[in-house]
Design a protein around this ligand. Structure first.
Ligand SMILES: [Zn+2]
Length: 243
């Protein structure tokens, strides 16, 4: 069986698609059925971004997707049949819940924006981890900070200045050999079973990222830096945006 074609890597804004069911495992986990398609736009949880939900529909059934995971090259859509069932080989169409995706894309893009704000302020902080789940979004950096409240206020002001200015977010698929031309930051553990997509904010050099993003940074809306905590060379910047 071929690994799932990750259609969301090519088009992160398309929320409807067609595919073929290649595997169906009833009661795969916690009473949920696992459905695998040959290609999918559903984003599986990863890189600190929550999974998509939505509906997969064929002639013989409707499947409600409740959780999406990436396992060994395959996107597992976990959920339940709302009507009927679907067989392996069935042609299906699907739609992704746009409200949930949009919030996740905005939260995730805000993490990138925060990195830009950190650079613009001349802070020598290196991003190590992003968490973009609603209500708990934060980026962690390696570095030092003395006055956390001053840094918080400055980062909030710079982030919102960039949001008000607005600029486009673009994505490009590149090979591992091409990556250094496009990105200053080469993460230590790049997945070897996914294409490398470089995401760029405006004219800046990009960063490798498999998540989903807004088209323009202005879509993030007013951003709040909730707090900055520093401990043992690690800085946690917690942020939020309006739903
Ligand atoms: Zn990203």
């Amino acid at each position: 069986m071929q690994p799932t074609l990750l259609s969301y890597m090519d088009d992160q804004h398309q929320l409807e698609g067609c595919a073929t069911v290649v595997r169906l495992e009833p009661e795969a986990r916690d009473g949920l059925t696992c459905l695998i398609l040959d290609a999918t736009l559903f984003y599986p949880q990863g890189g600190g971004q929550a999974w998509d939900t939505g509906l997969i529909q064929g002639e013989t059934g409707i499947f409600a997707v409740q959780e999406v995971r990436f396992v060994d090259g395959f996107v597992h859509h976990y959920g339940q049949f709302r009507e009927g069932s679907l067989a392996v080989g069935a042609e299906v169409s699907y739609t992704i819940d746009s409200t949930r995706r949009r919030l996740n894309s905005r939260l995730h893009s805000a993490g990138h924006l925060l990195d830009e704000a950190v650079k613009n302020l001349g802070l020598a902080w290196t991003p190590t981890k992003g968490i973009h789940y609603p209500g708990q979004a934060a980026v962690e950096y390696e570095g030092a900070v003395t006055d956390t409240e001053a840094a918080r206020a400055a980062l909030e002001a710079e982030s919102n200045r960039l949001i008000q200015q607005g600029f486009s977010v673009t994505a490009q698929l590149v090979s591992l050999a091409e990556l250094p031309q496009h990105s200053d930051f080469i993460p230590p553990q790049l997945p070897d079973n996914k294409p490398i997509r470089v995401v760029r904010m405006g004219a800046q050099k990009g960063t490798p990222c498999g998540g989903t993003h807004v088209k323009d940074i202005a879509e993030i809306g007013p951003m709040t830096i909730r707090y900055i905590k520093a401990k043992k060379g690690m800085i946690r910047v917690a942020y939020d945006i309006p739903e």
